[in-house]
Design a protein around this ligand. Structure first.
Ligand code: AHG
Ligand code: MN
Ligand code: MN
Length: 335
């Protein structure tokens, strides 16, 4: 395959994608540079004093790891100054992050999970950065407000993730298919490696943390038991694969086919609406999976149709191969 960089690919498809404007190209370039900087730190995390905890807890009530904070700072610093955003929102920050007065503004909004799967950092398990991009809805002169940010996922203009794993990959969509780029360290560029990714219509993998079975309601247990039943009506025996890093679990299922479920649970940490966040995890991956021919729901409803009410609201997530996600909906509706 000829060596095509992300920007070349974006410009090449310029005619098809209204997103290939200079401003979007700048935004994507800064995301790419941030990913390379984070990747460097992730790759040597065991060697330098960047593992472990910062001692703080974030808006999610979770312990912040040094690499979480590093990734967050890189993204906020670089993207605030890119001159193409009117606001940022991070999983790690309680409120909107505004653009400094001395920096030029744009009309894009970036919402991101700077480091997903961070509880796995010390164990050298794949982790990732997830991002979601909207255009502001209000007049461009005024500072962006929460109303600009709390848009339905269907309004996203682009979304994707960078996965720091056995290789470092960028997977993203601007609404014209899903394309994967692998970082070639020898040239320091993300090069096209997975053009036009399509998720198999039905998979052979289900991913869920079955340690929480006790906390799920009965319809949820029945839905997950379906994938364990060798006599299920798909006549497929599904394998269980669960890494505990959403980006890694999602990426594997995107390429191989399968369904990931993080249901609501009544665990002591009390996730009545599930653990995963609508704005910085479910929405972006839902746009990617739909563009790849898959599906994403909260069990019943399409993720991209959910009207957000809070920046950090959580949502149950069922995402992956269309027929598997539909099967979960059918079983949950049957009760
Ligand atoms: P984050 O590291 O951004 O907080 O996300 C962690 C999430 C997600 O990556 C993963 O799917 C999920 O936590 C795993 O949760 P459990 O350990 O409860 O299964
Ligand atoms: Mn996350
Ligand atoms: Mn995170």
């Amino acid at each position: 395959m000829p060596q095509i960089t992300v920007i070349e690919h974006l410009l090449f498809h310029q005619k098809e994608s209204p997103m290939a404007t200079g401003r979007f190209t700048r935004l994507l370039s800064e995301m790419i540079l941030s990913g390379k900087i984070i990747n460097q730190e992730v790759n040597k995390a065991g060697l330098v004093e960047i593992l472990g905890l910062t001692g703080e807890t974030n808006i999610q009530g979770e312990k912040v790891r040094k690499l979480d904070e590093f990734a967050n700072q890189v993204l906020v610093h670089r993207l605030q100054r890119a001159g193409v955003l009117c606001a940022l929102a991070s999983e790690e920050n309680a409120d909107l992050i505004h653009i400094p007065a001395d920096c030029p503004q744009g009309d894009y909004i970036l919402i991101f999970d700077p480091l997903d799967g961070s509880s796995n950092i010390d164990a050298n398990v794949s982790i990732g950065t997830i991002f979601s991009i909207f255009r502001r809805t209000s007049a461009c002169e005024e500072p962006a407000t929460m109303a600009d940010v709390l848009q339905k996922g269907a309004q996203q203009v682009a979304a994707g993730y960078i996965i720091y794993g056995s290789s470092t990959m960028l997977v993203y969509t601007t609404g014209k298919g899903v394309h994967g780029f692998t970082l070639d360290p020898s040239v320091g560029e993300f090069l096209l490696s997975h053009p036009d990714i399509q998720i198999p219509e039905r998979g052979k993998i289900y991913s869920a943390n079955e340690g929480y079975r006790h906390y799920w309601d009965q319809p949820t247990r029945k839905a997950i038991d379906y994938f364990k039943d060798p006599d299920n009506d798909s006549k497929r025996v599904y394998r269980s694969r669960y890494i505990g890093s959403l980006v890694a679990d999602f990426h594997r299922n995107l390429l191989y086919g399968g369904v990931f479920l993080y249901p609501a649970d009544t665990k002591d940490s009390n996730h009545p609406h599930g653990k995963l966040r609508l704005m910085c995890e479910a929405n972006p991956l839902a746009m990617v999976v739909e563009q790849a021919g898959g599906m994403a729901t909260d069990g019943i409803n399409r993720i991209l149709d959910i009207q957000p009410t809070e920046l950090h609201q959580r949502v149950p997530l069922v995402i992956g191969s269309k027929l598997d996600v539909l099967k979960v909906r059918e079983l949950l509706q049957a009760g």
